[in-house]
Design a protein around this ligand. Structure first.
Ligand SMILES: [Zn+2]
Length: 587
């Protein structure tokens, strides 16, 4: 049972996996050299092929590919025998069943590749049916140009059949195109096959080059997954073919599939370089949580300001100047593309301090629409006694004016036309605009920050449910949350790299007892040390995402840690680390 494939890291639906053969192989990868055909016309009385641990054996199935459509359908419904060697079952995209094999190959792959919608529908349907810790194999379709998208969608293994066939036909493949050999004045590659003189480059060399180019692109893909940056790459890469761009956008529309598989935090920055960035899960999730979970707790006017290139914003020169003018007399919310709006309490929360964007001073219509929509939803949920917009002309002001008209608000603008928000006159106008407003206390700021982080992580109202009373020690952004009555009892710590909270055992107990939504993993009767492996997981909440704080409970232990898999993946998987344990106690 799926003994020979393990997922080590995830980047959205893409995974860095390992085929645990005699010679282990990292995926996504080429597998033609290790694929063994177990026979495509397996009669019911014939013995199973002799399998070995060096190869992936494609298990034969009854009747396929001959017979009527109905017979073919039935042939996919057979139960594959449980074999003791690495195996792959063949499934059709419209008839998927889990068989207990290590991998699954799609039989009708030619009919789905090349059409964004059909491809995405099929991959999502198959991936959601087969267990998470099984490899998905596509044969006869991979090219250097499309393989990043295949991996991004959740494909683990491919072969070089198509790339080699194209080469033999005299078609030279690169990551951005497909050239007729005779049209190429020079070879845009320096792989071994492309070393010789241009005149003596044969179709056989071309086939070898195509295979090399595919293998090299797969290495790029693996590195991108390791770094958590495959999406940034794909937004550029997919531009080289219409169906790839279509497939990427179709996948963005499969919110449930991608969101479940996307971690809630990453070390890597995300590149916001195309209009497709606005649709990625990390951006949409932040906007969604800010407008449905976060709640402003300050009884003060709102000041809207532009974002800064430096992150977190409060460490930038411009925001230092804004803070000096405001002097804690207002609640600061930054407007930014592609994030939307960022309340001051969430300025460190992923991805608010983890994106790099193209600064031109001009906003696209898509960006303006997106930020206006988020600001509208934000203000509908969070009414303020007064609103000051301390924003420049370019893009920002038009958005605020649009939302002002839509919601029938009365906004004060403190930056004159053509002036800059950090001009002396602008800053003076901002300060004057807040004359007479009382300043709030540091303690209030810190409390609101802790509760805002809890809201963002766990749900609407979670901050108040989880921490009805508490005190903070240590300096922002490394706030420590402690019990009101017993300062020695620490409940949680703010993690400034990701703007999240990590709980202590005491904090986790308070969490479980509170009305805040819990993310819980139920384990067998053991005391976990360091990490919990998937086979030890009995049950897990479906809304757990990679990076989430989790409570781990079993007959013998109570623990708190961080999820390394999403909830249903922990339950389905038979290998791999489900979560890392931070604190544990026996019971
Ligand atoms: Zn080459």
């Amino acid at each position: 049972m799926t003994d020979y494939f393990e997922v080590h890291a995830r980047d959205g639906a893409a995974r860095l996996g390992e085929l645990r053969l005699a010679t282990p192989r990292q995926t996504p990868s080429l597998v033609d050299d290790i694929l063994e055909d177990g026979g495509s016309r397996w009669a019911s009385d014939r013995a199973l092929p002799e399998g070995s641990e060096d190869v992936l054996t494609v298990l034969p199935h009854r009747g396929f590919p001959g017979g009527t459509a109905e017979e073919v359908q039935q042939s996919f419904a057979v139960d594959y025998p449980d074999v003791s060697y690495p195996s792959v079952a063949v499934v059709s995209s419209d008839h998927v069943e889990a068989h207990g094999t290590d991998g699954y190959a799609i039989s009708d792959v030619q009919s789905i590749v090349g059409h964004g919608g059909a491809f995405v529908d099929a991959i999502v349907r198959i991936r959601e049916t087969i267990p998470a810790d099984t490899a998905l194999l596509l044969s006869g379709v991979a090219t250097p140009r499309n393989v990043a998208l295949l991996a991004y969608a959740g494909v683990d293994c491919v072969d070089a059949a198509r790339a080699v066939a194209k080469g033999t036909q005299g078609k030279y493949l690169t990551t951005e195109s497909e050239y007729f050999l005779e049209d190429l004045e020079e070879l845009p590659c320096s792989c071994p096959a492309c070393q010789g003189p241009r005149e003596s480059f044969t179709p056989a060399d071309c086939a070898e080059h195509n295979r090399n180019a595919l293998a090299a692109e797969l290495a790029v893909v693996r590195q991108r997954i390791r770094d958590g940056r495959l999406r940034d790459y794909l937004e550029g890469q997919a531009r080289h073919n219409q169906w790839l761009t279509a497939a990427m956008r179709e996948l963005d529309a499969q919110w449930g599939y991608l969101e479940e598989r996307t971690p809630i935090l990453r070390e890597a920055d995300l590149d916001a370089a195309t209009e497709d960035t606005l649709r990625r899960v990390e951006i949409q999730r932040f906007a969604d949580r800010v407008t449905s979970r976060y709640r402003n707790r300050f009884d003060a006017p709102l000041v809207l300001v532009p974002c800064s290139a430096r992150k977190p914003y409060s460490e930038s020169q411009s925001h230092t100047q804004f803070h000096r003018a405001i002097r804690w007399r207002a609640h600061l919310v930054s407007m930014t593309s592609p994030i939307g709006v960022v309340p001051q309490e969430l300025e460190t929360t992923y991805p608010a301090q983890h994106y790099d964007t193209v600064v031109t001073g001009r906003w696209s219509q898509d960006e303006q629409d997106f930020v206006a929509r988020v600001l509208t939803r934000y203000l509908e949920r969070n009414p303020y006694p007064r609103i000051i917009a301390h924003v420049p002309d370019e893009g920002y002001r038009a958005i605020v004016e649009r939302v002002e008209a839509d919601l029938d608000l009365d906004v004060t603008y403190t930056v004159a036309p053509d002036a800059h928000p950090t001009d002396d006159e602008s800053l003076e106008a901002l300060s004057d605009g807040l004359a007479g407003e009382p300043a709030y206390q540091k303690r209030e700021r810190e409390h609101h920050t802790v509760r805002a982080l809890a809201d963002y992580l766990l749900g609407d109202g979670a901050g108040d449910d989880l921490f009805p009373t508490f005190q903070t020690t240590s300096r922002y952004p490394r706030l420590q949350v402690r019990d009101t009555d017993a300062e020695e009892t620490q409940l949680a710590t703010m993690v400034p790299q990701y703007g999240t909270l990590s709980f202590t055992l005491e904090g986790a107990k308070q969490w479980v007892e509170s009305d805040a939504p819990t993310k819980r993993i139920e384990i067998d009767g053991f005391v976990p040390q360091g990490s919990v492996l998937a086979p030890g997981v009995v049950d897990a909440d479906e809304d757990i995402r990679v990076g989430d704080e989790v409570v781990v409970e079993g007959p013998r232990a109570f623990a708190v840690g961080r999820a390394e898999m999403y909830g249903s993946e922990m339950v389905e998987s038979t290998r791999g680390i489900a979560c890392e344990i931070r604190h544990v106690e026996e019971r």
